[in-house]
Ligand binder design. Structure first.
Ligand code: UT7
Length: 325
């Protein structure tokens, strides 16, 4: 019997040209390069130019992913774009990317799960492909978090950056075993009771403003390590695999200490964790596909490797996606 899988056909990413260092931030708020590096591992972040939108970043990442996959725009059946910083309240930023790619068929929509957005979007696209409602999907994570930061709050403004990453998924037949190439398992979770730990204090229906990001960092940190290590275990178990089988963990890049603690908790050696937080900071939904693109481009992730992506963000939301490359 054959089994339908969603295979990763290609990756792409884009980072705005402007790089902001920790020293530059120390000129704006009472912080230091030493504090930021020691507490987070972040050394720099990219910041979108005035007028540069989430769809601008997403379009560049998408074009690169389509070229890497050798897939033409008219082969795409769907676009799912994860973002918490859309160009406009509506329509979906995915439809802006669709139009600018020149895609005139299929469907396009946004997924909003903040930092878990890309993992959510992969799970959604995988389900469409496995249910035969699409054959080829463009999955994007794109953010301009610089627009929702309170640049006077040192506890949050030093942590985030802008960027975009994308993957092309194509359906293929496998035998249903863990050796199949493609997505082997996805797991999603949410707990809306944790709203106050990480949210934006604005929105069209509440304050009619865009608002700013607010976070209780210590509590987010504590929940992140517990939730991420448990969802990793669930996802591996769904595929009948263990931590020893993982070639690469590609975590959401929020804080170097969260990455290290989670890897330790699941018993994975640090050399099998892809880390980009030093260069990108936390780019929310873009962080996992940015890290994927970096690690495939430099040859670390190779065809046949078992790759586990995981993320946690506002909501809380969290989840994981296990794929054989
Ligand atoms: O995608 C999910 C989104 N978010 C996260 O994953 C973030 C999770 N949390 C974290 O990464 C960490 O909790 C932070 C990096 C945000 C903070 O690290 P921490 O070790 O939990 O520090 P803290 O909040 O306990 O603050 C320690 C001290 C405080 O001063 P006092 O009260 O000890 O005098 C803060 O006011 O550090 C101070 N502080 C800063 N000092 C210099 C907070 N932010 C800064 C700063 N520069 N930027």
């Amino acid at each position: 019997m054959t089994f339908r899988r969603s295979q990763v056909a290609g990756c792409g990413s884009y980072l705005p040209a402007r790089v902001m260092t920790n020293d530059e931030l120390a000129e704006i708020v009472d912080t230091s390069d030493e504090w930021i590096v020691a507490r987070t591992g972040i050394e720099r972040r990219h910041i979108a130019a005035d007028g540069e939108t989430t769809s601008d970043l997403a379009l560049r990442a998408s074009t690169a992913a389509l070229a890497d996959a050798d897939v033409a725009v008219d082969e795409l059946d769907m676009i799912v774009l994860a973002t918490a910083t859309p160009d406009e309240t509506f329509p979906a930023t995915a439809t802006a990317v669709q139009a600018r790619l020149g895609m005139t068929r299929g469907f396009a929509f946004d997924v909003h799960a903040v930092c878990s957005g890309f993992v959510y979007a992969m799970a959604v696209a995988d389900n469409f492909l496995r249910l035969r409602q699409a054959d080829t999907a463009l999955v994007i994570g794109a953010e301009t978090f610089s627009r929702i930061l309170d640049w006077s709050d040192r506890a949050t403004c030093v942590l985030f950056g802008d960027g975009a990453g994308a993957v092309v998924l194509r359906s293929a037949e496998g035998d249903g075993g863990a050796g199949d190439r493609g997505i082997l398992a996805t797991r999603l979770h949410a707990d809306g009771r944790k709203h106050d730990m990480l949210y934006v204090d604005g929105g069209p229906s509440s304050t009619r403003t865009t608002g700013h990001l607010r976070m209780r960092g210590k509590e987010v940190f504590r929940h992140a390590v517990v939730n991420l290590s448990s969802v990793v275990g669930e996802t591996l178990a769904d595929a009948g695999l263990t931590t020893d089988d993982i070639d690469w963990l590609v975590p959401h890049q929020a804080n170097r200490r969260i990455l290290d603690s989670t890897a330790r908790k699941i018993g994975l050696p640090p050399e099998r964790v892809i880390v980009t937080v030093q260069d990108h900071a936390n780019t929310s939904a873009a962080s996992v596909p940015l890290a994927l693109d970096a690690a495939t481009a430099d040859g670390r992730i190779k065809p046949g490797d078992l790759v586990l992506m995981e993320a946690m963000g506002g909501g809380f939301t969290w989840g994981a996606c296990l794929a054989r490359w």
